[in-house]
Ligand binder design. Structure first.
Ligand code: ZN
Length: 503
């Protein structure tokens, strides 16, 4: 069986003065957790035990019972009236932090030893234990009751005593067939939310190899991620090669425009203020804005990809490897923009991977080599061109492709996406070839017509296909206008994404 975990976040509605209770509960939780972190630090052997054994050992050390009336480090000296289940949740939080700290520390020590053995200078700082504690209090059974889809009773610390508080819950409903874990209280801005881990158990999907080699009807969702208008182009194809659907997920130009504006502002602010203090983040607000938008777009796009794949009953989602970030020339905002667009592709992959897994789909990646230059039908080299230009040469980032060999004509990113899907299939059908064959180098020099591939590629000794692929991709394509010229377009997901700052 496989297990997938997601988190359900719901807004809590309560009287304004009760906010102080939530804060007091969190504060107490963190005080108890910090205390147990100290206890663990003083008794490091605890970390060699299992969580259950460690819990028992830590309670013995801190909690007075009839059998052990005088614990070594009594919790009661630090915090009184801590209910058993609240204490246990805090112990687990402290154990988690302590285990993580101890792992980091031993990794650091190993690195240091290695460097010393080689006689190298080692200047990396050792990890430090947490100085402040800001954990979300987890509420084990006994700290909450009577949970319905719209309300819950929480046992909160008012600052002087424990009190039951009934709060209303709004937000996403709990989906069926999931197991709810212990909820925790989370502060977002000035408001308190309830966070509940949801566990779903399902039969582990068969390996990709098995799915591809044993069932011709296995559906694969192949995704071409871009940094131009179409952030993602997805196609569904079966193992035996039938193409079933395509989805264009747009919004790239708007996010690039938004980012450019913010980066421009940062550049102007920097010019005004002059030198930036080293190690100090400037324009915090603007950076945060860019990050938030990038992250939510990555979530939206990845959710769309998985939704599309699920809709068409795909069981495998395949991307291409990202390659390296190629440096761009140009203004500060241009360089920054392409760098962030590249990072966003990575985030989209990471998010799509876990979202797909939650739906029982597996994710894979194939070599990005020449995916845009290969014809999805006959695997020869294609011509890539702008709508208004003759169908020849190779213009990086242009929206259209034509295969001179077989006459295939279509959208360039859709073609690339189909090639990506085919690479996954060929990987398992011809196990001797780990990587798909790339067209011959000599064959590839068909970019006559004076069309520049890109500046960076030219300056190198030999033009790498990767560079050609990633550079200059954010020029304004005319994809929407030429869609009509495509052979087939069966997308049923709206092309445009709504950006969160627009709503
Ligand atoms: Zn062809």
């Amino acid at each position: 069986m496989a297990k997938a975990t997601t988190t359900l976040r719901q807004v809590l509605t309560y009287q304004p003065h009760h906010a102080a209770w939530f804060a007091a509960t969190q504060d107490l939780f963190n005080r108890v957790a910090a205390f147990y972190f100290e206890v663990i630090s003083a008794h490091e052997g605890v970390l060699d035990l299992s969580n259950q054994e460690a819990l028992t050992a830590l309670e013995m050390l801190t909690h007075a019972t009839k059998e052990h009336p005088t614990p070594v480090m009594p919790l009661a000296e630090r915090a009184e009236h801590v209910p058993a289940m609240f204490r246990r949740a805090a112990i687990h939080a402290a154990l988690g932090s302590a285990r993580s700290f101890s792992t980091h520390l031993s990794k650091w020590r190993a690195k240091q030893e290695k460097a010393q053995a080689k006689g190298k200078k080692f200047s990396e700082h050792p990890p430090v234990p947490p100085r402040t504690w800001n954990k979300s209090p987890t509420l084990y059974a006994g700290q909450w009751k009577d949970r319905t889809p719209t309300s819950i009773l929480l046992k909160l610390w008012t600052g002087t005593c424990w009190s039951w508080l009934k709060v209303r819950i709004t937000g996403r409903e709990v989906p069926a067939d999931v197991e709810m874990g212990s909820p925790s209280l989370m502060r977002r801005g000035n408001h308190w939310w309830l966070q509940t881990p949801l566990e779903k158990h399902f039969r582990s999907p068969p390996t990709i190899e098995k799915q591809v080699t044993t069932r011709e009807t296995t559906k694969i969702c192949a995704v071409d991620l871009n940094i131009n208008e179409h952030l993602a182009v997805c196609t569904i194809q079966t193992v035996e090669g039938t193409i079933l659907a395509t989805a264009f997920i747009g919004g790239g130009r708007r996010i690039a425009g938004f980012r450019k504006k913010q980066l421009g502002r940062i550049a102007r602010n920097r010019r005004k203020t002059g030198i930036i203090a080293e190690g100090e983040q400037d324009n915090v607000h603007l950076w945060r804005k860019i990050n938030t938008i990038d992250d939510s777009i990555a979530h939206l796009v990845s959710a769309r990809i998985v939704q599309f794949a699920k809709q068409h009953e795909a069981t495998i989602v395949v991307f291409e490897h990202l390659g390296n970030l190629q440096p761009h020339k140009g203004t500060y905002s241009h360089r920054g923009n392409s760098k962030r667009a590249f990072w966003m592709k990575g985030r989209i992959f990471t998010y799509a991977k876990y979202k797909a897994y939650n739906q029982g789909m597996l994710t894979s990646r194939v070599s990005p080599r020449n995916t845009s230059r290969e014809c999805a039908r006959c695997h020869r080299l294609v011509a890539r061109y702008e709508a208004c230009q003759p169908a020849e040469g190779y213009t990086s980032g242009a929206p259209l492709v034509l295969c001179p060999a077989c006459g295939m004509k279509g959208h360039a990113d859709r073609n690339a996406s189909l090639v990506i899907g085919q690479r996954l299939i060929t990987r398992y059908q011809q196990p001797s070839q780990g990587k798909p064959q790339a067209p011959l180098r000599a064959e590839r020099v068909s970019k006559g017509t004076g069309v520049a591939v890109c500046q960076e590629a030219k300056s190198k000794e030999e033009p790498s296909s990767l560079q050609a692929r990633h550079a200059d991709r954010d020029e304004h394509g005319t994809a929407q206008d030429v869609l009509l010229g495509m052979e087939k377009r069966t997308s049923d997901i709206p092309c445009q994404l709504r950006l969160p700052y627009e709503s």
